[in-house]
Design a protein around this ligand. Structure first.
Ligand code: AMP
Ligand code: GLY
Length: 426
């Protein structure tokens, strides 16, 4: 079987690693790839956003499965283009990917399905948006409705700040077309969980919840990033809470998507906030999270490939199950100096051979490349080291020790990934 992975970050490296474990005999291909993926996959020089090009290549080369990692090609209709060519593909159609690509759509859907989320209104007109902000008062959250690479949500402490944010989106067009529509919503409080569910559009296989660390600094301080680490298990995500999330969030959302003739097949990611009033949705994503995937998949003992193929072929996952290692995983991201601001590329990376052979530490590449055979940095988030262990403490130690051993000039990583859980379990 030939399998194409679309995307080339840490999430895709982790997906590739797991799918390869599940079926070592398959032949893997990846769009562009990075310095770590060539161990398993042949890189193909295709732009993931070039929907027609990718679909044509996958069809001509006889791919038996395409797995799409990032949201942009999903929102651009890659799955639709592949379906036209009858190439089995894991991921939602363009219409279903609106759940992430349009916050206005997803809020409206949640309201219709009575899925708990923050109260909101949608605006295209700045005067109306300002009037609403004045009426509601602060704190308040202003969001660009479209895809904004994780930068489109601004939590505002004052009305002035919120008005400035709305003007940046609706008047200055700082967020391009993503900000032509804004969602203004109530600020919620509570811890956040990332909940991944494999779905055939009707049934779900829910994965254990994880938490990511979005801020650059230790103690979750400083500017937002694409994610500096992730961990699981999260002890506050009890079986009862996960059941509530399934029954009040995941299933009603999928039902409403089917009702709207946009069945969602693929990976549904619910960003959930645990408020005093119970779990409420912060956002939906239509794909695996990064870097949570690098922490979650190493604990999946059963096959990921089997349900993924079933979903891609239009089948049902009813009655299926996923088996999990009962231990913990902690992923520490190693970033380039200056990230999330400007940073340099092309720094040589040294990974001691010891860690790559150690089953307790897994190295997933993100912004790395091979330059005449030499491994060099090629992005802001360079790679991630996942530590696995019987306890969160052990997993965190393996992750930190692994991160410590990987060397490149200006390397930065947080030493405190998983701190909330470590404080909880003492
Ligand atoms: P989003 O892009 O919608 O996931 O938002 C990014 C981050 O902003 C979330 O992970 C939250 O930390 C924060 N956030 C978004 N919406 C809200 C809200 N309504 N109340 C409080 N924090 C929020
Ligand atoms: N970890 C957040 C995301 O993937 O959107």
């Amino acid at each position: 079987m030939k399998i194409l992975l679309v995307g080339n970050g840490g999430r895709e490296h982790a997906l590739l690693w797991k799918l390869h474990r599940d079926r070592p005999s398959a032949r893997f291909f990846i769009t562009r790839g990075n310095g770590g993926t060539d161990a398993f996959a042949t890189p193909v020089s295709l732009d993931p956003a070039d929907v027609r090009g990718v679909a044509q290549w996958a069809d001509t080369e006889g791919m038996g499965l395409v797995v799409v990692g990032p949201e942009v090609p999903l929102a651009e209709g890659l799955v639709d283009a592949l379906a036209q060519r009858r190439v089995p593909t894991f991921g939602p159609t363009q219409a279903a990917a609106e759940l992430e690509a349009s916050k206005a759509f997803s809020k409206d859907l949640m309201q219709a399905a009575r899925v708990p989320t923050a109260g909101y209104r949608v605006f295209q007109d700045i005067a109306q948006a300002e009037a609403y902000i004045r009426e509601q008062g602060a704190p308040i959250v202003v969001k660009a409705s479209g895809l904004a690479a994780g930068k489109g949500a601004i939590v505002c402490e004052t009305e002035e700040e919120a008005i400035r944010a709305a003007r940046r989106m609706l008047q200055a067009h700082d967020f391009g077309t993503a900000g032509l529509q804004v969602v203004i919503e109530e600020r919620m409080r509570g811890e956040e969980l990332s909940v991944f569910a494999l779905t055939d559009g009707r049934d779900v296989l829910v994965m254990p919840a994880s938490q990511d660390h979005k801020r650059i600094g230790e103690g979750d301080t400083g500017p937002n990033t694409g994610g500096m680490g992730a961990y699981l298990p999260v002890s506050i995500a009890t079986p009862e809470l996960m059941e509530t999330i399934q029954e009040t969030i995941l299933l009603p959302t999928l039902d409403e998507m089917r009702r709207r003739k946009r069945p969602f097949r693929g990976l549904l990611y619910a960003g959930v906030m645990l408020t005093d009033a119970g779990p409420r949705v912060v956002e939906f994503n239509c794909r695996f999270g990064d870097p949570e995937t690098q922490a979650v998949l190493p604990l999946l003992d059963s096959s990921l490939l089997d349900p993924v193929i079933e979903i891609a072929r239009g089948g049902s996952i009813r009655g299926g199950r996923l088996d999990w290692d009962q231990g913990a995983a902690v992923t520490t991201v190693l970033a380039a100096e200056g990230y999330p601001g400007d940073y340099e590329k092309g720094k040589p990376i040294a990974i001691p051979p010891g860690i790559e052979g150690d089953p307790r530490t897994l190295v997933f590449h993100a912004g790395t490349a091979r330059d005449s055979g030499r491994l060099v940095t090629a992005g802001g988030r360079v790679l991630a080291v996942t530590g696995v262990g019987g306890t969160i403490d052990e997993a965190a130690r393996h992750s930190r020790q692994g991160a410590e051993q990987v060397q490149f000039e200006g390397r930065y990583f947080r030493n405190d990934i998983g701190w909330r859980e470590l404080e909880r379990v003492g």
